[in-house]
Design a protein around this ligand. Structure first.
Ligand SMILES: [Zn+2]
Ligand SMILES: [Zn+2]
Length: 345
């Protein structure tokens, strides 16, 4: 099969590789769409120790079940079914898995990091992590379930409510999905920041008050909009030192700061300020099974999505996009590699 293989820092090559074996309880999926995730861009640059070459990236995908192992029968899945999968494969037995916090499972294995991912014609996944897509969900939208689940987890931790104002820094897919999930909680107002006018315009369309930090200091803007108080929750969906500091500074005393972007490993923060103002500093990583199922249902109900703002590219053009996206953030919101060019999308 054709696969896009990470061969080392800044080297992504289209290669012919064997179709994955279908292990006990697994299904083989013919990939339709596979999204390029921000976390894979740092992997591409060689900044992520979990992504070692040679590796097939891709963990946000949709496709059609090609083949099933005997032990996967009786799970409700069948060949030919349109599906997506939770790519964070967890043990299901540890204290975290049992408590519904599977993303913290010490044995977790992510497709595209520990296991081969979906930037290929076929990907294998355990049946328990594979979900059918409702008829009304296109394969293109179905591939967005994973990033939508990340946004839902962020909003769950931000736990904003009616009357609250929330800041979301970064209008990439995670920031946009977090914003959608936050607005669903009845939050009065979302202030969104990004350097791209195109992304800001889309955030404004979805109901945010958009601020470009190149034009206006986001902390000053937040304080001006909240009578000097700050926001009840500030979400950093970038992971840069600047946005992390902005989020902490923009949070109201007693408020929450949720960090989810993974751009820079270390950032200095004014912890004394966090102490004196009792800020709740939280990390948000991936999603629970419940968050994933919520994302699936929300996309099917048309309550979450990226509309027509996804950019579809051929698998062959993958190397170009990895190179382009790491050089300049650009205006694209989500690149979906159209791997299988399947009918009936
Ligand atoms: Zn991702
Ligand atoms: Zn576990």
């Amino acid at each position: 099969m054709k696969a896009l293989v990470y061969e080392g820092p800044e080297r992504m090559e289209l290669r012919e590789v064997p179709v994955p074996d279908v292990g006990p309880g697994e299904v083989l999926i013919r990939v339709a769409y596979s999204g390029i995730c921000g976390s894979e861009l740092s992997g591409y640059l060689g900044h992520n120790s979990l992504r070692k070459p040679p590796m097939i990236f891709g963990h946000e995908f949709s496709g059609i079940i090609e083949k099933m192992d005997k032990a996967a029968e009786g799970t409700g899945l069948r060949e030919g079914m349109r599906v997506t999968a939770n790519p964070l494969i967890t043990c299901g037995r540890c204290v975290y898995c049992e408590a519904g916090m599977a993303s913290l499972c010490p044995d977790r294995k992510l497709l595209s990091a520990a296991l081969p991912g979906s930037n290929a014609e076929f990907v294998a996944a355990p049946a328990a992590f594979v979900y059918p897509l409702e008829d009304r969900v296109s394969l293109r939208d179905g591939a967005l379930t994973e990033p939508a689940a990340c946004g839902i987890r962020v909003a769950e931790l931000a736990a904003a409510g009616p009357g609250d104002t929330v800041l979301v820094a970064g209008m990439g897919p995670i920031g946009l999905f977090a914003m959608q999930a936050v607005l669903r909680q009845g939050t009065a107002r979302v202030i969104a920041t990004d350097l791209s006018e195109e992304r800001l315009a889309y955030a404004a369309e979805l109901g945010a008050l958009a601020i470009n930090p190149q034009e206006r200091d986001p902390v000053e803007a937040v304080l001006a909009l909240t009578h000097g108080r700050g926001v009840q929750a500030a979400i950093d969906a970038v992971g840069a030192a600047s946005t992390r500091r902005q989020c902490a500074a923009a949070a109201a005393s007693g408020g929450k700061v949720v960090f989810t972007g993974l751009h820079q490993a270390e950032t200095t923060l004014d912890i004394n300020d966090a102490v004196r103002r009792e800020l709740k500093l939280l990390g948000s990583f991936a999603y629970s099974r419940r968050n994933f199922e919520d994302a699936l249902a929300s996309i099917a109900a048309g309550k979450m999505g990226l509309g027509d703002r996804t950019t579809v590219a051929a698998l062959e053009d993958g190397p170009y996009w990895f190179d382009k996206l790491t050089r300049s953030p650009g205006k694209e919101i989500k690149i979906l590699l159209n791997v299988g060019r399947l009918e009936g999308e």
